[in-house]
Ligand binder design. Structure first.
Ligand code: PGA
Length: 250
């Protein structure tokens, strides 16, 4: 049995003051959650969020991690910095990073290696563009992204990774994949993991759905056998909605 994992991706939202407000409102609403709960916050909120979640079941994640330990990498953030600030999870390869900031399967792989080396639980994002779904390339795209991300990574390390399947056309659009579409593609991604690492790793790996997941559609998505949770953008900024999502995932 895979324990579901619900992760909020705040993206570039919430100042420190707003982070305090949101976490303070959220924590009591999700007491006793039956799933793993993570909030992936902007870098400037990591230390504060880690402080605020003490004594709760909420973990804190970042939204990126550099592949190098330190040095001349303007604008990047290191594993040591994130660790000291209190992050234990990190999103890698989000489609917005791929679309707007030139992230490639190769850089995703390098960041994943670094995250694993430093004991983080990585959330690796994959997913197809609308044009790719329409031209029947969803599986090919997801396969390429998964194979690229996991290049050179051992089975023992792969077993620590969470994958988020996020069809790009569903992110922030209000257009969710149907329960069946999400389940089918996640099942396919699991079959790729099985090819790479065998049945034990594939069966144990948690694969989330992401893309306009909200308080209304969470129950249907979570009822699907392949879907082990969600990576939630917009709805993670609203404590009531995020709490419903968390409390639905069992
Ligand atoms: P959304 O974002 O829930 O706002 O669609 C999901 C994500 O990008 O992780």
């Amino acid at each position: 049995m895979r324990k579901p994992i619900i992760a909020g991706n705040w993206k570039m939202n919430k100042t420190a003051a707003e982070c305090r407000e949101l976490v303070t409102a959220l924590a009591p609403k999700i007491e006793g959650a039956k799933c793993d709960v993570v909030i992936c916050v902007p870098f400037t909120d990591v230390a504060l969020a880690a402080e605020l979640v003490k004594g709760t079941d909420i973990a804190v994640g970042a939204q990126n991690i550099a592949w190098a330990d330190s040095g001349a990498f303007t604008g990047e953030i290191s594993a040591a910095m994130l660790k000291e600030a209190g992050a234990t999870y990190v999103i890698i390869g989000h489609s917005e990073r791929r679309q707007y900031f030139g992230e490639t399967d190769k850089s995703v792989n390098a960041r994943l290696v670094q995250a694993l080396k430093n004991g983080f639980t990585p959330i690796v994002c994959v997913g197809e563009l609308l044009a790719e779904r329409e031209s029947g390339e969803t599986e090919k795209v997801c396969r390429t992204q998964v194979v690229g991300a996991f290049d050179g990574i051992s089975a023992a390390d792969a077993a620590k990774v969470v994958i988020a399947y996020e069809p790009v056309w569903a992110i922030g659009t209000g257009k969710t994949a149907t329960d069946e579409q999400a389940n089918e593609t996640i099942g396919y991604i699991r079959s790729v993991v099985k090819e790479l690492y065998g049945a034990a790793v594939a069966d144990g790996m948690r694969i989330q759905y992401g893309g306009s997941m909200n308080a209304k559609n969470v129950a249907g998505l979570m009822a699907q056998p392949e879907i082990d949770g969600g990576l939630i953008g917009g709805a993670s900024l609203k404590p009531d909605d995020f709490a419903i999502i968390v409390n639905t995932a069992k």
